[in-house]
Design a protein around this ligand. Structure first.
Ligand SMILES: [Zn+2]
Length: 94
């Protein structure tokens, strides 16, 4: 790979400045939220005998599901391996 990034920068955590970052793609977030949302909704349905627990679970699950579909992390995110902060690189204008 000779085609380096123009800036050739190592991603740095905005919180602690660490360069040990794990990149997560938008697709992974989408899958995580959709599966999480479906799981929560499923639990909520099972817990409908306790509406005080079941109904909020369904609402939260549906919210996470939609959140995943919208994919707010379209550019992917980094997770800092030192302080566990989840952050997005600044979107550069193309
Ligand atoms: Zn950090």
């Amino acid at each position: 790979m000779t085609n380096q990034n123009e800036q050739n920068e190592v991603p740095q955590c905005p919180q602690c400045g660490s360069t040990r970052q794990k990149k997560t793609t938008a697709a992974e977030h989408t899958i995580k939220f959709i599966l999480g949302g479906l799981g929560l909704t499923g639990c909520g349905i099972w817990l409908l005998m306790f509406p005080i627990i079941g109904i909020p679970l369904i609402v939260i699950g549906a919210g996470a599901f939609l959140f995943g579909l919208i994919s707010p992390f379209a550019g992917g995110t980094y997770e800092c391996q030192d302080c566990k902060k989840l952050w997005s690189p600044k979107k550069s204008a193309k």
